[in-house]
Design a binder for this molecule. Structure first.
Ligand SMILES: Nc1ncnc2c1ncn2[C@@H]1O[C@H](COP(=O)(O)OP(=O)(O)O)[C@@H](O)[C@H]1O
Ligand SMILES: [Mg+2]
Length: 236
């Protein structure tokens, strides 16, 4: 079975005097759900922004299934199967849950009966049936997160980047998000996620990579958390 791979080489990004990413090399295989962890300000969101085309790297290359993709804009990346969700809430508050998912479907080029079918399927698959007609502003936090993931899947991603999807969720909401993401993994969608909640990440992601001060300092299974470099990065 051929697998899909993203190969990140020598990525650097500077903001004024801050070196947000310092020569990051990373190969992601979509068959292996992967977590990106690291202290606040270590460059995780910047890396997501660069991979998904929202930001240009100063240096380095990104290959997605052997095609050079660094410098492509987010729409092109989405068309190539790379979609991301945002750390902050990014829903249209005055539209319903179903409408929010439909807008994402329209942006992905779906129309008519196919759009309606895909929105219905997304609502169902993400456990949103009871919420579909509610205004997004009025739904609980955990539901809004699932809406954002459902919206992101309208473009039929092959690799989904999730920036802190579990932040601020209750334990029960985390479990619901976990089963949502397992459903995506079962469908063969690659998951690359940032989060701080180890109870959420550990069972879901077999691989963990750690950023500190813009450098990749560890790459392995959950045991990376015990490495002295990682412990000292979190204490700094
Ligand atoms: N648009 C920006 N302008 C200036 N500095 C930024 C910008 N985005 C991120 N940074 C800085 O880059 C560093 C990495 O930030 P970020 O990627 O958001 O980290 P993380 O997601 O790991 O918390 C931080 O020092 C942050 O202040
Ligand atoms: Mg961040």
């Amino acid at each position: 079975m051929s697998t899909e791979v993203m190969e990140i080489r020598g990525i650097c990004k500077q903001f004024g005097g801050v070196r947000a990413l310092d020569s990051v090399d990373l190969k992601l295989d979509i068959s292996q759900p992967t977590a990106l962890i690291g202290p606040n300000g270590s460059g995780k969101t910047t890396l997501f922004n660069i991979i998904s085309g929202f930001l240009r790297a100063d240096e380095g290359t990104i290959r997605w299934n052997d095609q050079r993709v660094d410098g492509l804009d987010p729409r092109r990346m989405v068309r190539l199967g790379v979609t991301r969700t945002f750390q902050q809430r990014m829903l249209f508050d005055r539209a319903t849950v179903a409408e929010n998912i439909a807008v994402a479907g329209l942006a992905a080029g779906l129309t008519g009966a196919e759009l309606a079918r895909r929105v219905d399927a997304g609502v169902e698959a993400f456990g949103l049936t009871a919420w579909a007609g509610r205004l997004s502003a009025s739904v609980p936090f955990g539901v809004a997160r699932r809406v954002a993931v459902a919206a992101a899947t309208m473009s039929s991603p092959r690799l989904l980047l999730l920036d802190e999807p579990a932040a601020g969720l209750s334990d029960e909401e985390c479990l619901q998000l976990d089963s949502t993401l397992r459903g995506l993994i079962d469908r063969g969608i690659g998951i690359f996620l940032v989060d701080h909640n180890m109870d959420f990440i550990s069972p879901l992601c077999e691989r963990m990579v750690v950023l500190a001060n813009g450098k990749l300092i560890a790459d392995g299974d959950r045991n990376v958390l015990k490495s002295p470099e990682v412990i000292s990065a979190y204490l700094d």
